[in-house]
Design a protein around this ligand. Structure first.
Ligand code: ADP
Length: 723
């Protein structure tokens, strides 16, 4: 639950709390106490009122009884009875004597009696002390009333003859013999006198609890007419105000006695109780709040100092501390804060040191990484780090041609090399190399036209992660090519030896055949039918010797005679050499020489052999296609480089043949027509002279072989041994 006074300062909170508690306690307590007191007082008032009402009623009843007895005493007086009897007998002086007697001897005897009167048996007034007897009418008093027993008026008497409301007591009067009812004696008693005689409690000064309150007491006759007690004082006006009231019926005449007191006045002793409690609460709250406010200031000041220090600490000021001014809880808090600040400063300093060390390490790592990247980038070997899911995490530039086919398991990866790893399928090199669970593997793979030697080792690609694969691949195409060449050279060397022996063995019979063919030819007459056969033998012998020579040239290499060679002359000589053969195939051989007269350092015979080989191929290609065509040998100097182009309009070279053109012993010609050594020899001679031979273009009707020479010195020529 949130503190409802969270936005208030602590120094105000406790005083306010205490003040609130005081107000609450005194408010509730005051309400309870005042309610209880009021209830108790009300009960007390009602009880007292009841008692006083009863006492007053008893007193009034007793007093009226007493007054009635006095009237009866008066009525039993012999003088009164005699004179009344005489009055009834129409004795005129008797009435005066009776009146005097009553006035002198009876009326003064009882102070409460205001008037005494005598009525005849028919209720007619005969004698009255103060008023005219015939005017004293008593309402409700019938002729028979009071002839047998005392009678009390049931209504207030208030005629013109009477000064104040009165009660009338009537008792019968008998004759002296006690035989007849002569009439009745009436006594008029003012209400005030009755009450005064009864010494009724003064209701107007009724004591309730500790104080006297104003009250009211009045009588009500049976008809409901009211007579306030104490007519001299004005009765309290209770109209519109609440009162406490009690009523009782007087047994003697059935009148009602009412007593009442003003409720507000009666409850006055407790009416201010609640507000007094509240005032006391307010006073106590103000006092306690004021008293607490100052001690709280001393409590709050160190807390504020702590707060400021904590804020400074939070803003980075690690020197923030607070003074420990006491050994109480606040002092303990300050000590704990200082200890925490010390620990924080210590921890921060250690973190800063660690941070600096980390920064240094990071710098070193970055430098190391840059070095590693530089090494990786400069490596000719391809390096690829593959994650457990086959994703490339790291690779260098040399790996560019490898990555895509490797990851897509391209079919070209299914190289000509067989993997003998356990469980590997034939040709499935990528799966074998990239299998994250496999041990170290190595294999040769053909990718993107080159052959790579691949090493794959398991490595943890990511810290704490599953193993990936580190692939290191080296392009070994050149090495393989060199190996193949070496094998080829070895084969040629062996072949050369065989060729040399065979040439030696064949040259002698061929020389003999050639010599005897010449002798036979010379011996035959010019028109001999055998002359053609002899010529055929001569041509075949020459062809054999030429083939043997070519074979010897290629396998062993002819002994070069190095000199400055005019390229134009070599080309011109080659053209002249092939012309006879060309004519037979109806092929025209032309040459266009370079005006710069380029020269080369080399062997003129070998160079002429180079151009002859190219030109012969061109002539044979045209001849093989039916003959009739043109072969051009063009010498030019381009960018300081001597070039010779051999161009023919033959059928062209088919695409599948092109990659194998320069392979030794590759030929498309029929058996015996070609050795497959022409272009291989041409390339060897060109390379020996620092140049190269290329098929520049070929299509039906135009085939161009280009021979280009780089600058090559004589000493370099000597140094480069024919291969
Ligand atoms: P050979 O001439 O003994 O066959 P080469 O090495 O000189 O050996 O030639 C190899 C092959 O190249 C020939 O068999 C031929 O098919 C092809 N060739 C060379 N030059 C041409 C050309 N100008 N036109 C068409 N084919 C040619």
């Amino acid at each position: 639950m949130r503190d409802p006074l969270h936005s208030l300062s602590v120094r105000l909170k406790l005083p306010l709390l205490v003040a609130g508690v005081c107000l609450l306690a005194f408010g509730v307590g005051g309400t309870i106490v005042s309610t209880s007191a009021r209830d108790a007082l009300e009960a007390e008032i009602l009880q007292r009122l009841d008692a006083e009402c009863r006492a007053s009623a008893d007193a009034l009843d007793a007093e009226l009884t007493l007054l009635t007895r006095r009237v009866q005493d008066f009525a039993s007086d012999g003088y009164v009875r005699d004179r009344l009897d005489r009055v009834l007998a129409a004795d005129r002086s008797a009435a005066a004597e009776l009146r005097d007697h009553l006035a002198r001897n009876k009326l003064p005897l009882v102070a409460a009696f205001h008037e005494l009167a005598v009525q005849g048996p028919d209720g007619h007034g005969l004698v009255a002390v103060r008023a005219a007897a015939d005017r004293l009418l008593v309402p409700g008093l019938s002729a028979s009333d009071a002839l047998d027993a005392p009678w009390h008026s049931d209504r207030l008497q208030g005629s013109a003859a009477l000064d104040a409301p009165q009660v009338v007591i009537a008792v019968p009067v008998e004759d002296l013999a006690g035989q007849r009812r002569l009439g009745r004696l009436l006594a008029f008693v003012p209400i005030d006198a009755w009450i005064a005689a009864a010494r009724v409690v003064d209701a107007r000064r009724m004591r309730v609890a500790t104080s006297a309150v104003r009250g009211a007491l009045h009588l009500t006759d049976r008809a409901g007419a009211r007579s306030d007690v104490g007519a001299s004082e004005s009765p309290p006006d209770h109209a519109g105000r609440s009162t406490f009231a009690r009523s009782l019926v007087l047994p003697i005449n059935g009148w009602q006695l009412h007593t009442e007191v003003d409720a507000e006045q009666a409850l006055a002793p407790v009416s201010g109780l609640q507000s007094r409690f509240l005032a006391a609460g307010v006073l106590l709250a103000a006092l306690s709040g004021g008293l607490l406010f100052f001690p709280m200031r001393f409590l709050v000041a160190p807390l504020q100092a702590l707060q400021l220090a904590a804020q400074r600490l939070a803003a980075g000021d690690l020197t923030a501390r607070v003074a420990v001014a006491s050994s109480d809880e606040v002092g303990g808090l300050a000590s704990a804060f200082n200890a925490m600040a010390d620990a924080l400063a210590d921890r921060t300093s250690r973190i800063e040191h660690a941070n600096a060390a980390l920064r240094d390490s990071k710098r070193e790592l970055v430098a190391e990484r840059d070095r590693l990247n530089a090494v990786l980038a400069s490596m000719r070997d391809a390096v690829v780090l593959v994650g457990p899911d086959g994703e490339v995490i790291l690779r260098n530039a040399a790996a560019a041609p490898l990555v895509a086919p490797l990851l897509s398991r391209a079919s070209e990866l299914a190289g000509r090399h067989r993997c003998y790893a356990e469980g590997a399928r034939d040709g499935d090199c990528a799966t074998c190399l990239l299998d994250p669970g496999a041990t170290a593997r190595a294999c040769l793979v053909d990718v993107a036209g080159a052959t790579f030697e691949m090493q794959a080792v398991p490595v943890t690609a990511l810290p704490g992660g599953p193993p990936g694969r580190l692939l290191v691949a080296r392009d070994v195409s050149d090495r393989i090519e060199r190996d193949l060449q070496m094998i080829h050279q070895e084969r040629l060397a062996a072949l050369g030896e065989v060729a040399a022996v065979m040439a030696h063995e064949l040259n002698n019979p061929l020389a003999a055949i050639s010599m005897f063919q010449q002798l036979l030819r010379d011996a035959l007459p010019a028109d001999s039918p055998h002359r053609e056969a002899i010529d055929a033998i001569g041509r075949s012998t020459t062809s054999c010797r030429q083939a043997i020579r070519e074979l010897l040239d290629y396998t062993t290499g002819a002994q070069a005679e190095v000199a400055e060679v005019a390229l134009n002359d070599a080309v011109e000589g080659a053209a002249r050499f092939v012309e006879p053969l060309a004519k037979r195939s109806r092929v025209e051989v032309v040459h266009r020489l370079a005006p710069e007269q380029p020269t080369l350092v080399g062997d003129e015979v070998q160079l002429r052999q180079l151009f002859v080989n190219l030109a012969l191929n061109a002539v044979q290609a045209i001849g093989g296609a039916g003959g009739s065509g043109r072969v051009a040998l063009e010498v030019a100097v381009v960018d300081g480089q001597a070039r010779v182009a051999v161009i023919d309009d033959g059928p062209g070279i088919p695409d599948p043949v092109r990659p194998r053109l320069f392979q030794p012993f590759f030929t498309t010609k029929r058996r015996g027509a070609g050795t497959g050594l022409g272009l291989a020899t041409a390339r060897r001679i060109a390379e020996l002279h620092g140049g190269r031979v290329e098929l520049e273009s070929s299509r039906p009707g135009r085939t161009v072989f280009q021979v280009s020479f780089g600058p090559r010195r004589a000493d370099a020529f000597r140094a480069g041994a024919p291969t």
